[in-house]
Design a protein around this ligand. Structure first.
Ligand code: FA5
Length: 336
């Protein structure tokens, strides 16, 4: 291969490079892995031994000249088209936070949901969900809450406006509706948690909001007892808040569990005081509920729980007012 010709041809072409596309074509033709310079290098093997040294020296010279000419041409093209002047390294990690860009963080309530579901997944639960817009069958009836029960009072719930005579629809007031949706479609063994939003026209204060999140848990199998329920809740609390967390169960009532309880954790306030805070309700699934979804209560038993996610997030981060989560003050939200 005649290196003088190669060099002269390259220099002539370099003088005519004006666009990025031409640059790239040149690079491939001369400098590419299967380009002319590589070919000229391979040619070295065919050269008579006494000429090898001279050919090698000249080849290096030619390479350097073409390389330098190419760099110069690239700079000249880049100077004319600014978008080429910065070489973009797509493997470089992104800059997380700069003066101009602040991509934000996951909301502390969503972080808490992720961490809760991770923990329950490790305890063998799978994750389920259900609709926020519910009918009365799933939100009440199948949960053993009969038609004239005070919990169904229109003043206690967000019902949708519907044409006269149409079946009522509501924003679900509890994630317990998901229990029914799961049991309608699956047979035991069942072991799920279902996080989601719920809505109640409660008076807003430091621990109550009109929209909040619950995490429902449901286990149905043979031989499930109250011991399994308590163990599960205590294990969760220790896994989540630390092994020294104090929990307590108080007898309570829910139409869909019997017996029922509420569970509290000792909440330490920033001023140093401590008070019990109710995290959720729980109990053994009422046999009527199992019968309603055609699971034989003579064979299967189960437990369920529903905890307030905001309460968990408050306990965890020492936040003493639930409203802080929904004021969208970035100075508050950036802390998480
Ligand atoms: C229930 O909603 C039951 N469905 C829980 C349950 C599930 C019991 C399965 C048995 C078996 P309750 O209304 O107590 O229960 O609400 C559960 C939790 O949600 C409360 O303990 C509290 O942590 C939280 N919570 C209730 N109301 C509000 C509110 N307005 N704002 C924020 N959190 C609330």
């Amino acid at each position: 291969m005649n290196l003088d010709e190669l060099s002269a041809g390259a220099q002539a072409e370099l003088a005519m490079l004006h666009t990025a596309r031409q640059l790239e074509a040149f690079r491939i033709k001369y400098l590419g892995a299967r380009g002319l310079l590589k070919e000229a290098g391979d040619h070295l093997r065919a050269i008579a031994p006494e000429q090898k040294r001279e050919y090698g020296r000249k080849l290096n010279e030619t390479k350097r000249a073409i390389q330098a000419g190419f760099e110069a041409a690239r700079e000249a093209v880049a100077a004319r088209s600014p978008e080429l002047s910065t070489v973009i390294d797509i493997t470089e990690p992104g800059r997380i936070r700069t003066e101009q860009y602040s991509p934000g963080t996951l909301h502390p309530v969503n972080q808490t949901i992720d961490d809760l579901t991770d923990l329950f997944a490790r305890m063998g639960f799978s994750i389920a969900d259900g609709p926020e817009l519910e009918d009365e069958f799933h939100n009440f009836e199948a949960l053993n809450v009969p038609p004239h029960h005070p919990a169904r009072d229109p003043l206690e719930n967000f019902y949708l406006e519907r044409p006269a005579g149409a079946a009522p629809y509501m924003l679900r007031s509890q994630t317990s509706s998901v229990q029914i949706r799961i049991m309608e479609n699956r047979r035991p063994p069942i072991r799920i948690v279902a996080p989601g939003r719920v809505y109640r026209p409660d008076t807003v204060d430091a621990t109550h909001s009109w929209m909040f999140h619950q995490l429902e848990g449901l286990v149905v199998d043979r031989d499930i007892t109250m011991i399994d329920l308590k163990t599960c809740i205590v294990q969760f609390a220790r896994g989540f808040f630390g092994t020294d967390v104090k929990t307590r169960f108080r007898p309570s009532f829910f139409p869909f569990t019997e017996p029922s309880a509420e569970f509290d954790v000792l909440f330490h306030y920033p001023d140093g005081s401590a008070r019990w805070m109710e995290l959720g309700g729980c109990g053994m699934v009422d046999p009527n509920v199992l019968a309603m979804v055609k699971i034989d209560p003579e064979i299967y038993t189960g437990f369920a729980f529903g905890l307030g996610v905001e309460r968990v997030a408050m306990r965890r981060h020492g936040v003493d007012d639930i409203r802080a989560f929904y004021e969208n003050d970035v100075r508050f939200l950036r802390q998480f």
